[in-house]
Design a protein. Structure first.
Length: 426
């Protein structure tokens, strides 16, 4: 029986695995490394965060994005957007050096088994584990407007469905949303020969400001501090003190997770977007149905007016909603038993990221209603890996009747970063 099975091999899964391996736990890591980044983001996209705030986490801190770029003759500079492909390659490089082995299999079920779990894969293997960490990323939680659910698949998609947008060249494509995914998808579509437009509920687009210089006067830095999710004291609180967010009432945490750091475009995208993509503001989709070789959208304006729009394809760039009900790999008995945060469908977690089912841990998007918005970004991986490993070791210690699990060679004590931060991570 293994001490820990990590399900998922993105930034969170790899970071957790790196800390667990350094701690000497018997470990299995299941998933395709950086799969959502390499297979579900179109060529030409850039990382929205600054390079120094986009690191995966190992106990010694020896495998940063800067380390990778230096080793490969690349440049990672503050204020210069980094291609998604470079970040994806960095994640795989990190895993190769910090995790003993990542098995590229799909987990089909996680079931309770005595005092532990049985993890089943698409290869037919059944793995016994004392604890399980689910770091499955965002893909199961793709949010699609209800009217689009009735359309046949060739006529509609989610922004996370695409790694190559060239197939839309020459087509009329409508993108729903007003955040970075919507704005960058529409821009790439236009640049690759599509007739792209945005339909947004918002009355205007929000754009992040260019990052402030790393070297600033002390007074200016005090008034508007850098942090992992941007600049300013509110962002500093969300990025640097997830433990404090965890101590707030459930209703407050849910509101923070749902409303903080809302939709906005990266500053470097604006000059490419504005001349290329028209926007229909303050419109919602009322109905959508097949029409000719495409889709007819009936839109409702904020003032009640309706508009019909014909398009060949609709892309929902409408984000992701944490919802345990979509976690089909998790045994229904467990899903139905887990305590949730307030009115959300996300699991209530301990300070060590353990759910109300002993030994079952979560990481990533599903933890945002427990620890705040930093869990939606790569920046949250460091805090998560430290705290989650601490929770796993405590659970293992309880189950082994007091046997102490070896600690990593480097203490896993979280310290607030002293580096300045940039824009939120993708």
């Amino acid at each position: 029986m293994y001490d820990l099975v990590v399900v998922g091999a993105g930034p969170y899964g790899l970071s957790i695995a790196a800390h667990a391996a350094a701690a000497g736990l018997s470990l299995r890591v299941l998933g395709r490394p950086m799969a959502s980044w390499r297979d579900h983001m179109p060529t030409g996209m850039f990382l929205k965060s600054e390079p120094w705030s986009s690191n995966l986490s190992d106990p010694a801190g020896d495998h940063t994005l800067t380390d990778y770029c230096t080793a490969h003759g690349l440049t990672a500079r503050h204020g210069v957007p980094l291609p998604i492909g470079v970040f994806t390659a960095y994640g795989r490089w990190f895993g190769e050096r910090t995790v003993p082995q990542v098995e590229e299999v799909t987990v089909t079920a996680v079931r309770p088994d005595g005092g532990g779990f049985r993890v089943e894969t698409d290869t037919g293997e059944s793995i016994a584990a004392r604890t399980v960490a689910l770091a499955i990323g965002v893909l199961p939680f793709a949010n699609r407007p209800e009217p689009l659910l009735r359309l046949p698949a060739p006529l509609t998609s989610h922004s996370s469905d695409h790694s190559d947008l060239t197939r839309f060249a020459g087509q009329d494509v409508t993108v729903i949303g007003s955040g970075q995914a919507a704005l960058e998808t529409a821009t790439l579509l236009a640049e690759q020969g599509a007739r792209a437009r945005i339909v947004a509920r918002a009355g205007r687009l929000r754009w992040n400001s260019p990052p402030q210089p790393l070297e600033r006067g002390r007074l200016r830095a005090l008034r508007d501090p850098h942090c992992g999710l941007g600049t300013g004291w509110p962002s500093w609180v969300w990025s640097e003190t997830p433990w404090a967010v965890h101590g707030l009432p459930a209703r407050t945490r849910v509101r923070i997770a749902e409303t903080t750091l809302g939709p906005a475009g990266a500053w470097w995208l604006r000059p490419r977007f504005e001349p290329a993509v028209p926007v229909l503001f303050e419109h919602r989709i009322r109905t959508a149905f097949p029409h000719g070789d495409g889709v007819r959208l009936e839109l409702t304006h904020k003032d009640g007016r309706t508009t019909a729009l014909n398009t060949q394809h609709v892309v929902a760039a409408t984000g992701f909603t944490p919802d345990l009900g979509r976690l089909r790999l998790l045994d229904p008995q467990v899903r139905g038993t887990l305590r949730t945060v307030g009115s959300s469908r996300a699991p209530e977690l301990s300070p060590g990221f353990e759910s109300s089912w002993p030994g079952l841990f979560f990481a990533g998007l599903l933890t945002a209603p427990s620890f705040g918005p930093s869990m939606r970004f790569v920046y949250g991986a460091t805090f998560t890996a430290h705290r989650l490993l601490r929770g796993v070791r405590r659970r293992l210690d309880d189950r082994r009747g007091g046997i102490v699990i070896p600690r990593p060679a480097v203490a896993a004590t979280l310290t607030t970063t002293s580096e300045p931060a940039g824009q939120p991570a993708c």
